[in-house]
Write a protein that binds this ligand. Structure first.
Ligand code: CAA
Length: 259
């Protein structure tokens, strides 16, 4: 896989994906989105990888969709660009492995949006979040109008999107946009540590938890509960359920096989 703007590294059972256009603060142009699409496909197929960390090279996480590329788009091209970003982010959100965003700096527009398509957001003290699109004459286009309200509630989402205000990591923590704020030099290590901790658990159970939580956020509680019953039952068909419970009863370390 030839990649110019994205770096994919593997470290045991985890993968680290770095968006790497530091000269443009990792702004997402079509080329980068297409590379991310390939990377997510690769991660989905890679049975060795059980958890993923997503970060940005240099001082930014992602400073948004690429404004230079968008500037002269017409309606159809703008719509297609939005569809491309949304397709990739939705693929990331539904990847059957947890994704932790290690937000090292600016997460604006498309950057805030890609972080929200991840399962967990860890933020550097230096991180900045916002949806400044209305100041550019556009709406958020890679899921911001949909995911921000789901993360922080409708009132706060509307405030952030209508004002275009940029908030710091502490404020993002206060409103529930991020899980934790971390010193910059420790951010990546802590994200990797969390990914490793997750990857030591039963992978099929983790995958089904992700599917059940994601589904449950989009449907009524009765549908969600009945989906949970299905995935809970499905776990009992796995070797890892037998192993996890037998190891507990036998008071020994467990050894999950992702089966
Ligand atoms: N698109 C294209 N290039 C970008 C960019 C973006 N979103 N953000 C930064 N860059 C480029 C700058 O143009 C600059 O390039 P040059 O060196 O060639 O001039 C380089 O990255 C460094 O940026 P700055 O000099 O501006 O760095 P700074 O530290 O002074 O400011 C910043 C940082 C406040 C993040 C500022 O760069 C900025 O405001 N960027 C735009 C943020 C933004 O509006 N994002 C939303 C984009 S729209 C969107 O994302 C739509 C959507 O939902 C899909």
């Amino acid at each position: 896989m030839e990649l110019k703007n994205v770096i994919l590294e593997k470290d045991g059972k985890i993968a680290i994906v770095t968006i790497n256009r530091p000269n443009a603060l990792n702004a997402l142009n079509s080329e980068t989105l297409k590379e991310l699409d390939l990377v997510v496909d690769n991660l989905e197929k890679d049975d060795e990888v059980l958890a993923v960390v997503l970060t940005g090279a240099g001082k930014a996480f992602v400073a948004g969709a690429d404004i230079t590329e968008m500037k002269d788009l017409n309606t159809i091209e703008g719509r297609n660009f939005g569809i491309l970003g949304n397709k990739v982010f939705r693929k990331l959100e539904t990847l059957e492995k947890p994704v932790i965003a290690a937000v090292n700096g600016f997460a604006l527009g498309g950057g805030c949006e890609i972080s929200m398509a991840c399962d967990i957001r860890l933020a550097s003290v230096k991180a900045k979040f916002g949806q400044p699109e209305v100041g550019l004459g556009i709406t958020p286009g890679f899921g911001g109008t949909q995911r921000l309200a789901r993360h922080v509630g409708m009132g706060m989402a509307k405030q952030l999107i209508y004002t275009g205000d940029i908030i710091n990591a502490e404020e993002a923590l206060r409103i529930g946009l991020v899980n934790k704020v971390i010193e910059p030099e420790k951010l990546l290590d802590e994200a990797k540590e969390m990914a490793k901790k997750i990857s030591a658990n039963a992978p099929i159970a983790v995958k089904l938890c992700k599917a059940a939580i994601n589904k449950g956020m989009q449907c009524d509680i009765d549908t969600g509960i009945s989906y949970e019953a299905e995935v809970f039952g499905a776990c009992f068909a796995t070797e890892d359920q037998k192993e996890g419970m037998t190891a507990f009863v036998e008071k020994r370390d467990k050894c999950f096989k992702n089966r």
